[in-house]
Design a protein around this ligand. Sequence first.
Ligand SMILES: NC(=O)c1ccc[n+]([C@@H]2O[C@H](COP(=O)([O-])OP(=O)(O)OC[C@H]3O[C@@H](n4cnc5c(N)ncnc54)[C@H](O)[C@@H]3O)[C@@H](O)[C@H]2O)c1
Length: 266
Amino acid sequence: MKLFDLTGRTAIVTGGAGSLGSAVAKGLAAAGAKVAVADLQQESADRIRDEIARGGGRAAGIACDSAREADVATLFDKAEAELGPVDILVNAVACPIARHQPQDVTLETFQGLQDGILKCFFLTCREAGRRMIAAKRPGSIVNFGSIGGENALGRGAMPYGVAKAGVGQLTRELAFAWARHGIRVNAILPCQFMNSMWAAQKASPETSELLKTVTRGIPIGRFGEPEEVVGPVIFLASGAASMVTGVLLPVDGGNLAMNAGGSVEW
Ligand SMILES: NC(=O)c1ccc[n+]([C@@H]2O[C@H](COP(=O)([O-])OP(=O)(O)OC[C@H]3O[C@@H](n4cnc5c(N)ncnc54)[C@H](O)[C@@H]3O)[C@@H](O)[C@H]2O)c1
């Protein structure tokens, strides 16, 4: 288990109060890391910080809008002051998706998704890279991409898919450029994981059918649960993945392995 031990490392998790981000923050702390939980609201970041502290871990709650350059610099300053130099960055920010046919997408909607996702990931990755390179410290960055960045989700999610494809390419570019500095950059590509948005869609008669359609696209036959992203993130963040960089790892119950017309019946 030493391979996966993060004792003494400092991690920042952006979107750390969200469904998947909070599971990751708690998981990294359980693996020994000191964790800065970064999210839009101080109270929600503090709630996860307190949960980690109750479990015996060390954490800080930091309010940060990852889309604001100044906030991102302050986030790293505060995390370093409270927990020490940052070794691990996990980006798990998400923003609401407005659904439109591609021909009806306004520039504002399109730009909103690029700002709400891709810009956030770029700013925090750049800040982490700058600091790790200046300090000559190795590090690991894990970005939350999506299966929706690899092929078309449809159902009005085009700007989201484009932003997530951008996260994938950001990951590859940084992995290549920063390998010589000992900074590994990887992404995980989740399929649909239960979060507050999906829970609301499940509860509504108008959208509950969609969950059945989505589940048919996951060979394992169910949505992921937030805890199921923790192992892959710890692996990529830890010494167990010391030779792994530039990888976009599907955590998708087999979704990307499946041909659109695939079937086990013949
Ligand atoms: N849940 C899924 O089905 C799924 C599938 C594929 C990919 N993903 C990706 O996984 C990641 C986590 O998703 P989730 O389901 O936990 O979402 P979520 O909505 O539960 O959590 C997202 C968190 O990000 C925070 N946030 C939003 N904008 C922010 C900003 N500018 N700065 C700081 N924090 C901000 C929110 O406050 C929230 O706490 C996202 O990148 C998402 O795109 C999720």
